[in-house]
Design a protein around this ligand. Sequence first.
Ligand SMILES: [Zn+2]
Length: 266
Amino acid sequence: MPEGDTVLQTAGRLRTALAGQVLTRSDLRVPRFATADLTGRTVLDVVPRGKHLLTRVEGGLTLHSHLRMDGAWRVYAPGERWRGGPAHQIRAVLANAEHTAVGYRLPVLELLRTRDEAKAVGHLGPDLLGPDWDPDTALRNLLAVPGRPLGEALLDQRNLAGIGNVYKSELCFLARATPWLTVGDLAALTATRLVTTAKQLLEANRDRPLRTTTSTAPRGPAPKERLWVYGRRGRPCLRCGTPIRTADQDSRPTYWCPRCQSGPTH
Ligand SMILES: [Zn+2]
């Protein structure tokens, strides 16, 4: 699942390609909006909200999309070959004279009135990379249901927006808690630090092409191992050498070090 930083970078690329320019092509390949035509309208802005993308168009309209598991927006120059996937996976095409943006495998694609954006994204908690970031509210939301496993609470975008599967595993490692430890069993200081760390990690990766959690220096050489535990099944923990374990939580793979992290395991 894309993380908040991926969505932010996608929004940046779409904004560069589309904002301030008149659309010369608009093709929404979902039944409900197949006849909608945005041609002739100027794209005003492309705004990320958590893992949602809001493409605002002249005339008070917003094209809302969500990448969910493997959706993507790609930007192409005129004449360039589209390589984001087979044609039947294309859900949207927006183009101006210089750029064509193609949305692949978008599970959510809908046209809204801009003033109704809250209906699509109003349920989100504070956005780790957004102007509304509010650590106190995020922390309160995260701890609201004491019996909830930490991994689930971190992924719930209503608590705080922007954490996907990779950051979930990494943050649990950094908090030294398994993803199954209930938030009620998290020490107060650990919980506060976890929210601060989440913000630092996403900020550090805001513009990075390759996500890393093992180095938070925004520039400088990439570390040899970019992630502490995610995707490292059976390989030695970077802290203690114990083989990293993996299991599903909510049917998505989660990774942890059985020695560094305490708490129940699935
Ligand atoms: Zn370890």
